[in-house]
Design a protein around this ligand. Structure first.
Ligand code: SF4
Ligand code: FE
Length: 483
């Protein structure tokens, strides 16, 4: 059985014994907590959609290892068509959840670790690639959700890992044993960790010899001994604990991030994919980041589709749908959103085969994609707020709307066009609030800025890949300059 149903996925996560903290307390059944459950529903969507015949081509693929039909989220890209299908699948999942569906970090680490382990083995005659292929086949056959963990807390940014006052601020190997290694440290901002069966850990920056112990990659189950998570707060998160569906804006779906602590976690030999080969840390980082920067040309576009749709509905409910400036702003939002999609498709179409046989995106175009993602969703959100109006942030609560005493007043004064109920008008405004200022703003706004690396990280890659010397030569030739 290589495809789980959504219900089977929920059950499989529920059976795990994860250590999850939130609001200073250990959470006993995190999957049932009202703040956390919407994030589980988002991952569930990646399973539910794979069951539907109309999405088979986007949501599933054939494993190049086992020949089985697998979920595309566990696939190793075999062609540029696979890379394009990945982006289209992410747009679809964004459209269906209006949230971060979390499973892409695993897919992106699969593909980055796959090609990097092959090249480490070529140079050092290690056995990482075979280890990884076995692990991958296990994840594909069981249809697991994997988290990809890269971002260390990093402490003083001006210092290398080994120079930090506290050596744990980058995750490292603290003990090497016959049967494996023991690791200590943490990974921050970990998307979807508590909805994942496993986590693949990778280094976060290029490293030198003095940082050898920090150049480590491996996989462990998310309920491994010594691993625990501390959930990050989201704006408006406790609304999910109030007796309201209207006020949360998106009742069913959400995302989640956490700090994940590795408190002397043991990793057996066959789950180690890098152990001291510091000269390959940069390659792994660059490839994982490249894949995830491509990803944003899909997922953010799908969420953007929902925001554009919500804005058009709000305009209609406000009675301004025909105003020419409103139409023009919706065109601008669409133009920006499709530009992001174009970048995601372009870096996929220009992908190339690696030495290991899988396909890597065009790194320059993937970085251009993500650089645009650090800007355009902000402009799309700004235009959404412009059209929707101030009621997005001043509307009374659902409790006021339902109140026997003042409900009729809320109903009366917040009515828009005559054929739409006040309740429906408030619902669409709350969705816009959720996407631009509430819990989903983590995924749509701040993550657009910092997820898969902050803007400056892309600019460094763009400067490396931009081939300025070649361009100078072009200009000199046209200008007949010989020197
Ligand atoms: Fe996937 Fe986007 Fe969430 Fe990253 S931010 S895990 S690409 S949905
Ligand atoms: Fe992300």
């Amino acid at each position: 059985m290589a495809l789980m149903t959504g219900a089977e996925y929920m059950e499989s996560i529920r059976k795990m014994n994860m250590q999850v903290y939130m609001f200073g307390k250990k959470i006993e059944n995190p999957q049932d907590h009202p703040i956390l459950r919407p994030s589980l529903n988002s991952v569930r969507m990646t399973y539910d959609l794979a069951q539907l015949p109309e999405y088979k081509e986007l949501m599933t693929a054939t494993s190049h290892i086992t020949g089985e039909t697998i979920n595309r989220f566990t696939h190793i890209h075999q062609s540029t068509q696979d890379l394009k299908n990945k982006v289209k699948m992410q747009r679809l999942c964004g459209q269906k959840t209006a949230a971060c569906f979390q499973r892409c970090v695993g897919m992106d680490s699969f593909n980055a670790v796959y090609s990097t382990t092959y090249e480490i083995d070529e140079k050092y005659h290690t056995n990482y690639h075979e280890n990884f292929k076995k692990y991958l086949a296990y994840c594909q056959t069981k249809d697991l959700t994997i988290d990809g963990a890269m971002t260390d807390p990093k402490g003083d940014r001006s210092k290398a890992p080994h120079e930090q006052d506290d050596p744990d601020l980058f995750l490292r190997v603290v003990e090497r044993r016959e049967d494996g290694i023991v690791v200590r440290g943490a990974k921050a901002h970990q998307t979807g960790i508590l909805n994942s069966h496993e986590v693949i850990v990778m280094p976060t920056i290029s490293m030198g010899e003095a940082d050898k112990d920090y150049a480590v990659s491996f996989a462990v189950p998310t309920d491994a001994k010594g691993l625990y998570m501390i959930i990050g707060r989201q704006s408006c998160d406790t609304r999910k604990m109030e007796n309201t569906t209207l006020d949360v804006g998106n009742e069913e779906f959400g995302g989640v991030e956490a700090l994940v602590v590795f408190d002397d976690v043991f990793v057996p030999n066959d789950r180690i994919f890098m152990n001291g080969e510091y000269d390959f840390a940069g390659m792994l980082v660059e490839r994982f980041a490249g894949y995830h920067r491509q990803s944003y040309g899909g997922c953010k576009v799908g969420v953007g589709d929902v925001l554009i749709g919500a804005t058009a509905v709000a305009a209609q409910y406000n009675g301004v749908a025909k105003a020419s400036h409103v139409k023009d702003k919706l065109i601008e939002m669409t133009h920006l959103n499709e530009t992001l999609f174009s970048c995601g498709i372009a870096c996929s179409s220009e992908g190339t085969k690696t030495a290991s046989g899988n396909y890597l995106i065009n790194l320059l175009l993937a970085n251009v994609c993500k650089q645009n993602v650090t800007r355009f969703p902000y402009e799309i959100a700004r235009l959404a707020e412009d059209i929707a109006g101030g009621l997005v942030v001043t509307a009374p609560s659902e409790a006021d709307l339902r109140s026997p005493e003042i409900g009729a007043v809320v109903e009366k004064y917040f009515k828009g066009v005559s054929d739409v109920s006040t309740e429906d008008r408030l619902k669409i405004l709350r969705l816009i609030e959720n996407l631009t200022l509430g819990t989903a703003a983590v995924g749509y706004r701040t993550e657009s800025m910092h997820g898969a690396g902050s803007p400056q990280a892309q600019r460094i890659m763009i400067s490396r890949q931009g081939n300025l010397e070649m361009k100078k030569e072009l200009a000199k030739k046209i200008a007949h300059i010989k020197a």
